[in-house]
Ligand binder design. Structure first.
Ligand SMILES: Nc1ncnc2c1ncn2[C@@H]1O[C@H](COP(=O)(O)OP(=O)(O)O)[C@@H](O)[C@H]1O
Ligand SMILES: [Mg+2]
Length: 255
């Protein structure tokens, strides 16, 4: 099975950026193929990776629900979902991207969701890594629409409210411990002057602090110019990202 990393935390802490950097570095380090999952309904992982997904799982779910009554003869709901899933996988250079899209709305489509989950699970063994960008509320994790996770990165930034979010994530995921092997706090964009205070605030957490990602003006410029993140190859921020990969990947990452 592939190694899997999920990135969680308050909005604006840098989840999508870190997920995109992880995917880019895995590809640069030839650790692919990587399956990138955008599990934030406000999907923007594709933008950072330079790919434009045509359809999301949310779109597919709606489509299946619409089509259910008028399926072509010989086609089951499962066939339809499977065919649709192959369509929603956006193939890129060294990685594939799946976009979850919007949530389920009011109805309960448990059978359909289970079907989608099964097909996604069937796909994952063909990848070396799975990297998932989550929405702030951790819906997918708590609703068990996602598979097992080797490492959950809880991102904390300068905003003190991001510590509150991290506490909530710690509480929610305590119940899901069998499905999340390890949890780590990653600090991002914390000014040097505040670092000591932040470290003290992290002490009560049961989740260990893995690494600090400093604010990086080159990264900001690359994103602002709409360039690809692989242009940051070999830069200090990519080395920090590589350390995360090695921690999560263990020996596999060095093989
Ligand atoms: N280490 C960093 N250095 C510079 N800018 C960063 C860094 N991390 C994130 N950013 C910027 O911060 C903003 C929020 O990041 P984003 O990844 O969209 O957060 P989230 O997905 O958690 O809402 C973006 O403009 C992003 O470019
Ligand atoms: Mg985001």
């Amino acid at each position: 099975m592939p190694k899997s990393i999920a990135v969680a935390g308050k909005g604006g802490t840098g989840k999508t950026t870190i997920a995109a950097l992880l995917i880019t570095q895995l590809v640069l380090a030839k650790r692919g193929p990587v399956l990138a999952i955008d599990a934030d309904p406000d999907s923007n992982l594709g933008d950072l990776l330079g790919v434009e997904p045509e359809q999301s799982i949310g779109d597919l779910r709606e489509e299946v629900l619409d089509a259910m009554k008028k399926l072509p003869p010989g086609m089951t709901k499962a066939n339809y979902v499977e065919a649709g899933l192959h369509q929603i996988i956006e193939e890129a250079d060294g990685f594939d991207l799946i976009t979850m899209g919007r949530g389920e709305g009011a109805g309960c489509y448990c059978a359909l969701n289970n079907m989608i989950r099964k097909f996604s699970d069937d796909l994952t063994p063909s990848y070396n890594w799975v990297v998932m960008d989550n929405e702030a509320g951790l819906e997918h994790l708590s609703r068990r629409t996602t598979r097992n996770i080797d490492a959950l990165l809880v991102v904390v930034s300068d905003n003190p409210l991001s510590l509150r979010s991290a506490e909530k994530i710690q509480a929610i995921t305590d119940d899901l411990d069998t499905r999340i092997r390890r949890k780590y706090i990653v600090t991002n964009m914390i000014p040097d002057a505040k670092m000591e205070t932040f470290k003290r605030r992290l002490e009560p957490f049961r989740i260990p602090h893995l690494i600090d990602i400093p604010y990086d003006s080159n990264l900001e410029e690359v994103i602002f110019q709409g360039e690809l993140l692989k242009n940051l190859n070999g830069s200090p921020i990519m080395k920090t990202i590589q350390t995360i990969i090695e921690t999560v990947g263990g020996e596999d990452a060095n093989s």
